[in-house]
Design a protein. Sequence first.
Length: 306
Amino acid sequence: MGTIGELGEFGLIGRLTRRLPQASPVLLGPGDDAAVVAAPDGRVAATADLLVEGRHFRRDWSGPYDIGRKAAAQNLADIAAMGARPTALLVGFAAPLSTDTAWAERLYDGLADECRAVGASVAGGDVVGASEITLAVTALGDLAGRPPLTRSGARPGDVVAVRGRLGLSAAGMRLLAEGRDGPAELLLAHRRPQPPYEAGEEARSLGATALLDVSDGLVQDLGHIAAASGVRIDVDSAALHVPDVLGPDGLRDVLTGGEDHAFAGTFPPAAALPPSWNAVGVVAEGTGVRVDGRPAEGGGWDHFRP
């Protein structure tokens, strides 16, 4: 199959777009100057992420399919966290011309399969030669006539709850950095996150006052809700689910590890939370985040941290 340089820009585009089935929200897919995506609500929820080789993924740690799944997941989770239904991704793909065509195709297979899980699709994008692999992903979503779930609605007295796994991806990344080959559950969690996409709809139905995707660590992301809402969030570490597979550093990973793409929200005190949502704290008057009564310090992902 050769390299993407040998195939050429338009040959590569043709090979990749043939791997991208279009879901119903996409009225016009790849092949024109722009895609056309239905927006029956009259508004579009939109988000974007950059993934740079060596900073957000390593090819010696993850294969192209997993990188594609992960790139799509982190953007689709942001749309779900707004209480919207993901409809489409736009993907910019930059790579060295020596990159195997088969590698690029598997990357797009991963993007397409993660989209398929939520009824969305890759509707378009761009390709370009570059010195390192970079993905620029934009996700779109439909609010279906409902207000967005934001970070600014938490009120004193609300319950703080989490939906999804925490800490596994950070532990998996640490194992990969140490050159270890297991536990496999942790390695897979880092390579291919599994966001509970249904959490957005669930949270809305439960009367959530604020919601976000936990991408940079629970404490750090709860801090965003606290700042946007003008409140303090108190976390009870004993209420957190710490899987045995995390070992002695489990609580630290659950509090500060990112990239699991769980969801954290605040709910009225009377909300009847189902077992899928784990109540881990409360909203109070004040500022910042406290864990077991002490100010939370350090941890969490920072894209500018060396």
